[in-house]
Design a protein around this ligand. Structure first.
Ligand code: NAD
Ligand code: WQD
Length: 337
């Protein structure tokens, strides 16, 4: 039996595929390569000493899914495939709803058709919206999202809940990621954003390597200890391991559940800059810019439910996040290109 990983050539997907192969699972990756390159999977195969099956295709393509499920015995699906740029989603809401929401519905329909009932979904802390108390806890009702991207994640969680209520064969877990950063310790796979990065760590890393001149810090007048926003950064390999724990837990078959995957601690933008400077041994030039639209001042996870139910906690701290990001960036100044 194989695990189907949609979006498995992407940043979090590639690290998860590696962790699955390393523990001996057979993996089929479905990715349309709209935001990834097959090179990530070649490197995963070299690291694991075993390759995943790769199908280049789209989650919205029913014929492709039918063939994939007919060709391979799939027991579980980990569903990473999505468009993920928050700002872009406000400009292209229909594309985001079509790719993320409609795509997931098609995937679930074809899973049902093929008799595949186990499903893990990449959700996001963004589903807690702008008014949830911090730390975010799974018992807080989700809603109040501030972008079509965030709303697409919220809608998919709703679809999963409704499907699980209607069909007791469906076992699903939504994993709500906080801020994934870092790379595999080998420096062989990592985050490879197209164009100018939107996210903090890839931006800092490209300043350090000399591709970008200086970082803009979006606001220093928030009501946080140093005035800059605080986030819960989580090492991508810890995150990948969370998926393995969730897969094991799915076997208990308990409908649809959601877990936070975060460290439970917030770091400010200035703290992140300092920590990266320590890892790379260079100064990171920055200037204070106006606040970025839609940014929340501070949030982090209460990760205790994942610890209790999945037996998962983070084991890598900020030093490893920075060290591994720098290792990946300096070894691959142009990413996979
Ligand atoms: P990514 O863009 O690196 O990976 C997504 C992959 O999905 C890419 O390889 C892309 O080519 C593929 N894809 C997109 N649409 C597809 C489609 N219709 N059919 C087939 N393949 C498709 O992003 P990532 O950072 O690895 O994120 C993975 C998942 O985690 C996404 O669902 C994202 O929304 C979610 N997530 C990411 C973060 C983050 O900060 N990186 C935080 C929370 C949640
Ligand atoms: C982190 C902090 C910025 C860039 C986003 C999505 C979220 C999730 C993860 C998918 C913030 C500051 C950033 C820069 C800066 N993705 N910053 N200068 O916004 O917390 O979360 O990615 O689900 O949904 O919204 O992450 O890395 O963009 O920003 O000062 O050039 O760094 O203001 O405080 P964010 P981020």
């Amino acid at each position: 039996m194989s695990v189907l990983v949609t979006g498995g050539a992407g940043y979090i997907g590639s690290h998860t595929v590696l962790a699955l192969l390393e523990r001996g699972d057979d993996v089929v990756v479905l990715d349309n390569l709209c935001n990834a390159s097959e090179e990530s999977l070649r490197r995963v195969a070299a690291l694991a000493g075993k390759a995943p099956v790769f199908v280049q295709g789209d989650i919205r393509d029913r014929q492709c899914l039918k063939k994939l499920f007919a060709d391979h015995q799939v027991s579980e699906v980990i569903h990473f495939a999505a468009l993920k740029a928050v700002g872009e989603s406000t400009r292209m809401p229909l594309e985001y709803y079509e790719n993320n929401v409609a795509g997931t519905v098609i995937l679930l329909e074809e899973m049902r058709e093929a008799g595949v009932w186990n499903f893990i979904f990449s959700s996001s802390a963004t589903v807690y919206g702008e008014n949830a108390p911090v730390p975010y806890v799974e018992t807080t009702p989700i809603g109040g999202t501030t972008s079509p991207y965030g709303t697409s994640k919220l809608m998919i969680e709703q679809v999963m809940q409704d499907f699980a209520r209607a069909d007791e064969r469906f076992n699903a877990i939504a994993l709500r990621y906080f801020n994934p950063v870092g790379a595999h310790h080998s420096g062989e796979i990592g985050e490879d954003p197209a164009g100018i990065p939107n996210n903090l760590l890839p931006y800092i890393a490209q300043v350090a390597i000399g591709k970008l001149e200086k970082l803009g810090v979006f606001g220093d007048d928030y009501t946080t200890p140093d005035g800059t926003c605080q986030r819960d950064y989580i090492h991508v390999v810890d995150l990948a391991e969370g998926h393995l724990k969730a897969l094991d837990n799915l076997q208990k078959g308990q409908g649809c559940r959601a877990f936070n995957l975060g460290a439970g601690k917030g770091y400010s933008v200035l703290e992140m800059i300092k920590a990266f400077e320590k890892a790379c041994g260079k100064a990171i030039p920055f200037e204070i810019k106006p606040r970025r639209n839609g940014d929340l001042p501070a949030f982090w996870a209460d990760p205790s439910l994942a610890e209790k139910e999945l037996g998962w906690t983070v084991s890598r701290g900020i030093d490893e996040m920075m060290r591994d990001t720098w290792h990946w960036q300096s070894k691959n100044p142009n990413g996979y290109r």
